[in-house]
Each structure stands twice: as structure tokens, then as C-alpha cells.
Design a protein around this ligand. Structure first.
Ligand code: NAP
Length: 300
């Protein structure tokens, strides 16, 4: 069914351009929330299942732009976004363009300027929770760019999950995207090391994960407390000094070596603590580690 064949139906709420792994899940989430959803994909067959689920197939990119005030693009990179929308850019006028393609802050600025020059409200975005959770409240989506665009489309975007608006600077979404990616990897690297360590003592990963999960609220409470300390510029030793943690890190390294497992992960932690100590923070709280990272200091 094309958009023209759908003339008698109500106007689409949202058009999704790019039906890869993520784009397909986005379209399904919009449909699941009851929104009339138009879809377009270069390889047409990838839209078939969505059309069966109630989506409207657009027969061209221009038709997808014409169908809805909200246009969500999800393509491999920003060059592809430009290649695809460039020839039909007049269709962007009075649209809200939400770009969930991964890219750099420079990409976001360029695309926001380009969209604004063609009369579109622009939101850069990032899907932070993979594809499986899309459509559920715990799936985090971050957006930055036009405040008006977000206010207008907030409810529809909330169909995707936890839609968080970061501010009017369009670069914030890709900056958060990479920052949160690093956070997840930091946590997972610690987890993988822990699993290897307890595994050497014949503990099953699932048994360890159950205990570790219960410990996570403590970790998130530290994040909140330490964020406040970093803003205040003071590092109380309530959660132990850098020196105390350096000593504890020695135990982790010793135990890891004794169990015959790799030590790359705790060595990184040790490097950070050593730098903080060398920077004069030995008796400060551990949040002082951020000072050496933020200044790019490599004094140890
Ligand atoms: N998958 C994830 O878990 C995930 C999570 C967060 C962010 N992202 C980001 O989301 C974006 C899309 O990822 P994805 O996993 O959905 O990718 P994907 O499964 O590889 O799909 C890519 C999509 O882009 C289309 N495409 C590629 N080149 C094109 C071109 N020249 N012209 C028109 N369409 C073109 C493909 O169309 P065809 O079907 O015709 O090939 C397909 O619809 C990426 O920037 C990715 O980093 C993905």
C-alpha cells in the first residue's frame, strides 16, 4: 500500500526512514503505541513485515517526508542521511526531523544547521539501550536540539522508551551517547574481570551476577554523591581516601595474579589512583580521580 492508496486514512503521525535492526524496532514501537506510522526503506522487502503489522509503506523518501510532521531517520551514518534527504530537502519544511543515526558532535551541528536552513525543527538523538528494549519504559533515548520540536513531539517520542531531552545544543546527544557508552563499558569491564576472578574459584557467572546486581544501588548512589562532590570541588573521604583504595587495589591485583587471571582491568584502576595520589590527592576522597582525567594529566 502506498501513501496515495492510503488517502482515506488519517494523516500519519510519524515516518520512519531506514528499517535496519534499530529502525524496524522504532517503527514497531510507534505502531505498538497506536501511532499511524509510515515507513520507507531502500530494500523494500524489509518493510513487508511492518506493513503487515499496520504500517503504511511510502513509495519514496519524498512520500515519507510528505506523510508525517515527525520524520525519524535511522541510517548507518550522516553521509547517508545527507545523500538520501538532500535531493528531496524541500520536503523537510515544517517537519520535525529526528536523527537517530550515530555520529559525532560535528555531524550533529552540521545537520542541525542544514535542517534549520530548510525549515525543519531538528533533534539529534541516540538510542542507548540496544534494540531489544525499544518500546519499553527502561529503553533510554537521549535527544538534543530544538526545544520546541521536542515539546511538540515528546509524547510520540515517549513511545520509544524513556525519552530524555538534554538541551538545545544539538551536540549533546552524541556527547552523551559516547559518554554513556564509556560508562557501560567501564561497568562491564569491571564485571568481566570479576566473573573471571570468581570463576577461578569455581563460582558460576550467574551466581555472581545475582550478588553483584544487588550491589549496584550502592554504586549508583556513589555516582550521585560523587557528582555533587565534583560540582562542589571538594572530595571528602566518606567513601575512603585515594590511599586506602590504592591499598585495596593491591589486594585485587594480588588476588587476580594468584588466581592466574589477567590484570589489565585492575591495572587501569591502579593507574588512575596512582595519578590522583601523585597529583596531591592521596588523602582526598576517590572522586578526586576525576581531576586527573579532566585535565588529561599523565603524571605517573
Ligand atoms: N542496532 C543497534 O543496536 C543500534 C543501537 C544504537 C544505535 N544504532 C545506530 O543506528 C543506526 C542504524 O543502525 P542499524 O543497526 O539499524 O543498522 P542496519 O541494521 O545495518 O541498517 C542500516 C539501514 O540503513 C539503510 N541504508 C544503508 N545504506 C543506505 C543507503 N545508501 N541509502 C539508503 N538506505 C541505506 C539500510 O537499508 P537496506 O535495508 O536497503 O540495506 C538499513 O535500513 C546506526 O547509526 C547505528 O550506529 C544502532
Amino acid at each position: 500500500m502506498t501513501v496515495l492508496e492510503n488517502e482515506n486514512h488519517e494523516r500519519s503521525t510519524v515516518s520512519v526512514i531506514g528499517l535496519g535492526q534499530l529502525g524496524t524496532r522504532l517503527a514497531q514501537a510507534f505502531l505498538g503505541a497506536g501511532h499511524t506510522t509510515t515507513v520507507w526503506n531502500r530494500t523494500e522487502a524489509k518493510a513487508d513485515a511492518l506493513v503487515e503489522q499496520g504500517a503504511v509503506r511510502a513509495d519514496s523518501v519524498a512520500a515519507a517526508l510528505a506523510a508525517s510532521e515527525l520524520v525519524v531517520v535511522c541510517l548507518p551514518d550522516y553521509a547517508t542521511v545527507q545523500d538520501l534527504l538532500g535531493p528531496v530537502v524541500h520536503g523537510l519544511r515544517d517537519r520535525v526531523l529526528v536523527n537517530l543515526t550515530s555520529g559525532t558532535p560535528e555531524d550533529a551541528t552540521r545537520t542541525a544547521d542544514w535542517a534549520a536552513a530548510h525549515g525543519a525543527g531538528y533533534l539529534d538523538g541516540a538510542a542507548m539501550s540496544g534494540t531489544r528494549l525499544v518500546g519499553r519504559p527502561e529503553a533510554l533515548f537521549v535527544f538534543s536540539g530544538s526545544q520546541e520540536a521536542f515539546a511538540t513531539q515528546r509524547q510520540v517520542l515517549a513511545s520509544l522508551g524513556n525519552a530524555v531531552y538534554l538541551g538545545s545544543n544539538p551536540t549533546l546527544a552524541p556527547v552523551y551517547d559516547t559518554a554513556l557508552f564509556g560508562l557501560v563499558w567501564g561497568a562491564l569491564a569491571g564485571f568481566y574481570h570479576s566473573v573471571a576472578l570468581v570463576g577461578a574459584a569455581d563460582v558460576d557467572p550467574t551466581a555472581f551476577a545475582a550478588v553483584a546486581k544487588g550491589h549496584m544501588p550502592f554504586v549508583t548512589s556513589l555516582m550521585v554523591d560523587h557528582a555533587r562532590q565534583i560540582e562542589d570541588g571538594g572530595f571528602p573521604d566518606d567513601d575512603g581516601t585515594v590511599e586506602v583504595h590504592r591499598a585495596a587495589m593491591e589486594h585485587l591485583l594480588h588476588t587476580s595474579r594468584a588466581q592466574g587471571i589477567g590484570t589489565d582491568v585492575p591495572e587501569l584502576f591502579q593507574t588512575l589512583l596512582n595519578r590522583a595520589a601523585a597529583g596531591g590527592h592521596g588523602q582526598s576522597g576517590i572522586a578526586s580521580v576525576v581531576a586527573t582525567i579532566a585535565t588529561g594529566e599523565r603524571n605517573v
